[in-house]
Write a protein that binds this ligand. Structure first.
Ligand code: CTP
Ligand code: MG
Length: 231
């Protein structure tokens, strides 16, 4: 089945602290978002990509992929979920409600094709996400008088760290995100919007090198991962 990919790329990259949004920082000499789009354009069965951009974006139109026939753009919103919703509304106007959609962060250029194949496998649930089992021991903290103390240690074997892509049928995802936002729910990924309405997306173990470029040192790590893969 053909599927669409939504790429939220409307963030400011506050934690990166660079002179421009992190999706436009150079990685191996090319803008990060350009590498992410090039990666997605190589996935078999791709119908198209919808990129959500900031209304003030001054960089996207200079990317090599900006004029690719499969690449569409929409204006994003204040939070990541608003940006994803804008892209889903664009798709709703032209695709059927059960079209599979994969939402993938602009800031994850390193996701490997094997992970995409695993997520799209016919045995996998229609709602699913790539995730990593927690590697570190996980503490739940409690703030007391300006300091934080351990409340308890969670059972690490049941803790997963969400990555992207995350997949769901178009209308289900659009409805869940839109209604969760209306109800003021904290929606930090697509799965959390589905969970808010009682769905239980399937966890698919992804590779540890599908990092989200967030802090300055992540640029160096992502370059090393990509150099290793494409060398
Ligand atoms: N994103 C978006 N719209 C927003 C906020 C984030 O499309 N209003 C996108 C980012 O561009 C990124 C992805 O969502 O590709 C994951 O978000 P994150 O890593 O938090 O990026 P930023 O929000 O840009 O970074 P920061 O939180 O450090 O400001
Ligand atoms: Mg953010």
């Amino acid at each position: 089945t053909d599927y669409w990919v939504v790429v939220p790329a409307a963030g400011v990259g506050k934690r990166m602290g660079a002179d421009r949004p992190k999706q436009y920082l150079p990685l191996l000499g090319r803008p990060l978002l350009s590498l992410t789009l090039q990666n997605i354009l190589s996935w078999p069965g791709l119908a198209g990509i919808v990129v959500a951009l900031s209304a003030e974006d001054a960089f996207f139109s200079h990317l090599k992929e900006a004029n690719h026939p499969k690449v569409h753009r929409v204006v994003g919103g204040d939070e990541r979920a608003d940006s994803v919703l804008a892209a889903l509304e664009f798709l709703s106007a032209r695709e059927s409600g059960n079209t599979p959609v994969l939402v993938h962060d602009a800031a994850r250029p390193c996701v490997a094709l094997g992970d995409i194949t695993a997520l799209l496998d016919r045995e996998v649930s229609a709602t699913a996400l790539l995730a990593r089992p927690a590697g570190d021991t996980v503490k739940q903290g409690c703030d007391t008088g300006g300091a934080t103390f351990v409340e308890r240690t969670l059972d690490r074997t049941q803790i997963w760290l969400a990555q992207t892509p995350q997949r769901a049928p178009l209308e289900l995802l659009r409805n869940c995100i839109s209604q969760a936002l209306n109800q003021g729910a904290a929606i930090t990924d697509e799965a959390s919007a589905l969970e808010f309405f009682g769905h239980s997306p399937q966890l698919i173990e992804g590779q540890s090198d599908n990092i989200k470029v967030t802090h300055p040192s992540d640029i160096v790590v992502a370059e090393a991962i990509l150099r290793l893969r494409y060398a």
